[in-house]
Design a protein around this ligand. Structure first.
Ligand SMILES: [Zn+2]
Length: 115
């Protein structure tokens, strides 16, 4: 997902959050992802995006929506911008790494490379 070949234009924030939700390591190669994982990931993307819309978007730095309001979704972020913070599930510190030139955040315990 990070190389944007399957889903294009999905913000890094939502990619990080959706991968976390589906327990998929950001360095997993798309072709190694099973049908079930793919299904889980698809569901997670939809959940993360609709939740973000519900919360008025995500305000990292100084983004304001068209009404000049800040979004509130950043208060619910599990991994994005949480480097060193405890994972909401297992308390392991969140790690930031680079995949395909993009920074990505993940939990090294919850998101494993192989099953
Ligand atoms: Zn974790």
């Amino acid at each position: 997902m990070l190389d944007q070949t399957i889903v294009t234009g999905l913000g890094n924030i939502y990619v990080d959050e959706a991968l976390f939700k589906s327990h998929i390591h950001p360095e997993r190669i798309a072709s190694s992802i099973s049908y079930e994982e793919c299904h889980k990931l698809q569901k997670a993307v939809v959940e993360v995006l609709s939740r973000a819309v519900e919360k008025g978007g995500t305000s990292i730095r100084s983004y304001l929506n068209s009404l000049g309001e800040i979004g509130m979704f950043q208060l619910e972020l599990a991994v994005y911008d949480q480097t060193g913070e405890p994972c909401v599930v297992c308390l392991s510190p969140i790690v930031k790494t680079k995949v395909g030139g993009r920074g990505t955040h993940f939990c090294p315990t919850c998101q494993v490379i192989s099953d």
